[in-house]
Design a protein around this ligand. Structure first.
Ligand code: BGC
Length: 681
């Protein structure tokens, strides 16, 4: 295996490098920006609302701004010959910039051992004798999507720092320490904390300096002493090794496969921070897209990944749902239901942040009424399913006693209040949005109905297996086991028809039989919101019935898995990056390894190639794609390696596509670490 696979190298610069060379430590994200241009420093789990705009996560003041002048003239980084190099395993970025005046080299990382720290080490080697000037700045106006978020700023030159107070009264303070330069002149100019240094440099001379920045929220306490780059670096690297060495499989095969494998492992490794109870936003640590909120992506895509590779993070994702139960109770009340209706877009408090007009018309800029907030009810069952998966994978039942039972009981109450009992004596879920969001307000979406039934069946048997009495667990809410079982047994579950196909929702077959390619011609603008056009047709945004089958393959006959994969694939636009994950898992399970491999590459390489849509109507949706990246590992693990839980262990039934020669994966099962190697025969 080539060592270079653990590195990502690029020359030059374009805007996509901000995402490509994104650093993260679960709590903070730092974009691959040029030192003298607008930065992107992101904070996870702290939100703010400006006026009546969308509430979104806070961005921080970028402390690594640097302007370089030589003999009085600015030398811009955009004019330099640039080389970038990201060390995937260490999560350290190196940037080299060369001008005729000199060569600048910078190495930066976000600490994974102390999650509030950002470090940079730099040197400038003069190619000419002259006067070098350096200006260090803490950027005072971070770029926001729905800002501005800071109503007041307090800048200081000693120590160099900038504190902002948000509209909601939260405080974010970024401070900067610079070491290695004599005669540095700190000051505050027009509210920007800065420090200037100037000196004569001879040809060949090297100027070194280091920066350590700290980002604190509210009453977080600063570090007591300056941590040198070297110390910070080794702490960071050893913590990375301890926690994420595990993430990187050993593999051989064609390069797109290997590139996707390592790139996705890297991007997943910058997301977790289980010292804080927060979920992982749909766009990870890449900023404010999707309001910095968590979706079902966390439970259905990321959680199964973390169960295999970092169970502590999986646990933290679930503790977050326990913590945000009050928000889900409020949401149910707001929409006239009982129990817990979890937010489609969830921030730190679990309050629904998805707007009722969550997409804007590209042409008019007006909001389009969407029904994700009020009708995507499957989110609550997805969470119940996640509690079951956690217990089954780790064997740890402690979450049940720490609030999970309350979540499960309240979610049950929600579905019971949402369901409509019809003449057939069955419970139907009417007027919902399934995973395929282009079809809103449909009745009996197969994914939703089955997910509710299966997730509860599973979790009830888990509670039993964990030695908990169901009546005991639910009696405080006046719910008996008999009542739950009766409800579950009467949920309407659309059965496969004679072809083996499960109708996505009632009336799906009556929709116009047209494929995405033809539908695309009806769009006035390629970035138009497809939902507007797809609703009257069979065109799907993303895997829906296929997601159900990929999550519960053991519950359906092989012929059903195959028939639905083949039926729904042509109708699917893959307008969400989540789609290829579910298609990929199912394709591998039905023996279509080559097709599965295509879905694998689309998922694993999405951030590497800048894939995925950048706009939904007028709303920017670009950024990192953790659900897709974690999902690519699931295509590999559940699909190509055919992993199945059998009792206390995972059994494998591998079928590798020809592009994968060998692979060795690490994983956790029932609290123990394992390793398994496979070779294609
Ligand atoms: C998808 C959702 C997903 C969200 C965040 C949307 O485009 O349709 O399923 O949860 O993006 O990734």
């Amino acid at each position: 295996m080539e060592r270079s696979l653990f590195k990502l190298s690029r020359e030059g610069y374009d805007d996509s490098y901000r995402e490509l060379f994104l650093l993260g430590n679960g709590h903070l994200g730092y974009e691959g920006s040029l030192p003298d241009e607008d930065g992107g420093f992101h904070l996870v789990g702290v939100y703010d609302q400006c006026g009546d705009k969308w509430r979104e996560s806070l961005n921080l003041f970028d402390p690594l701004r640097l302007r370089v002048r030589f003999d009085g003239r600015e030398i811009a980084f955009s004019k330099a010959r640039l080389s970038w190099n990201l060390d995937y395993r260490r999560a350290v970025l190196r940037l080299r910039a060369e001008w005729k005046e000199g060569v600048y080299f910078e190495e930066r990382f976000l600490s994974s051992s102390v999650d509030t720290l950002l470090f940079a080490k730099s040197r400038f080697r003069a190619k000419k004798t002259g006067r070098l000037s350096l200006r260090f700045e803490i950027e005072k106006d971070p770029h926001d999507i729905n800002g501005p978020h800071y109503v007041s700023l307090a800048a200081s030159s000693s120590p160099l720092s900038l504190e902002g107070t948000s509209n909601e009264g939260r405080k974010a303070k970024v401070s900067l320490k610079i070491a290695g330069l004599q005669g540095l002149k700190p000051s505050v100019s027009e509210g920007t904390p800065l420090a200037d240094w100037e000196g004569e440099v001879k040809r060949g001379e090297i100027v070194f300096f280091e920066r350590a920045a700290e980002a604190l929220v509210d009453d977080e306490r600063p570090m007591e002493r300056f941590i040198s780059y070297e110390d910070g670096y080794w702490d960071h690297v050893s913590e990375r090794k301890r926690r994420f060495g595990f993430f990187f499989p050993k593999a051989d095969g064609e390069s797109p496969f290997l590139e996707g494998l390592y790139d996705s492992a890297y991007r997943m490794s910058v997301l977790s921070d289980y010292s804080r109870i927060a979920s992982i936003p749909a766009r990870g640590v890449s900023g404010q897209v999707y309001k910095g909120a968590a979706f079902w992506d966390s439970e259905m895509f990321m959680l199964p990944y973390f169960l295999l590779l970092e169970p502590d993070e999986a646990r933290s994702l679930l503790l977050y749902r326990i913590k945000t139960l009050p928000g889900a109770l409020k949401k149910a009340e707001r929409f006239g239901y009982q129990g817990a209706f979890y937010a489609w877009e969830s921030q730190e408090d679990g309050v629904e942040r998805c707007s009722l007009y969550n997409v804007t018309d590209r042409k008019t800029g007006k909001g389009i009424r969407t029904y994700f907030a009020d009708k995507a009810i499957h989110i609550s069952a997805d969470i119940v399913k996640a509690f079951s998966s956690y217990y089954r994978s780790t064997g740890d039942s402690s979450l049940f006693g720490q609030g999970a039972v309350d979540v499960i009981a309240e979610v049950f109450r929600f579905y019971r209040s949402y369901a409509s009992e019809k003449e057939d004596g069955l419970f139907h879920f009417l007027d919902v949005v399934g995973p395929d969001e282009y079809h809103e307000r449909v009745d009996d979406n197969a994914f939703t109905n089955y997910q509710i039934a299966f997730a509860f069946e599973d979790v009830l048997s888990d509670l039993k297996a964990a030695g908990l009495s169901i009546d005991g667990a639910f009696s405080a809410r006046g719910i008996s086991e008999r009542e739950i079982r009766d409800f579950l047994s009467r949920i309407y579950l659309p059965k496969p028809d004679e072809r083996g196909i499960i109708e996505q929702f009632s009336g799906f077959y009556e929709r116009e039989d047209i494929l995405p390619k033809e539908l695309a011609k009806r769009l006035e603008d390629p970035d138009d919101y497809w939902g507007k056009y797809a609703a009257p047709t069979r065109v799907n945004k993303q895997a829906d019935v296929v997601a159900l089958l990929a999550i519960y393959p053991e519950r359906f006959p092989f012929e059903v898995l195959k028939a639905n994969y083949e039926f729904y694939l042509p109708y699917t636009e893959h307008g969400s990056s989540l789609s290829h994950v579910m298609f990929g898992i199912l394709a591998a399970l039905i023996g279509k390894e080559e097709e599965a491999y295509g879905h694998y590459l689309s998922s694993a390489r999405i951030d590497l190639v800048g894939g995925g849509k950048r706009f939904a109507g007028g709303i920017k949706i670009a950024g990192s794609h953790p659900a897709s990246l974690s999902g690519s590992f699931l295509i590999l693990f559940n699909g190509f390696l055919g992993a199945r839980m059998e009792g206390e262990r995972i059994a494998f039934f591998p079928r590798l596509p020809k592009e994968i020669a060998s692979i060795r994966v690490n994983y956790y099962a029932k609290g123990k670490r394992h390793r398994a190697s496979f070779e294609r025969k």
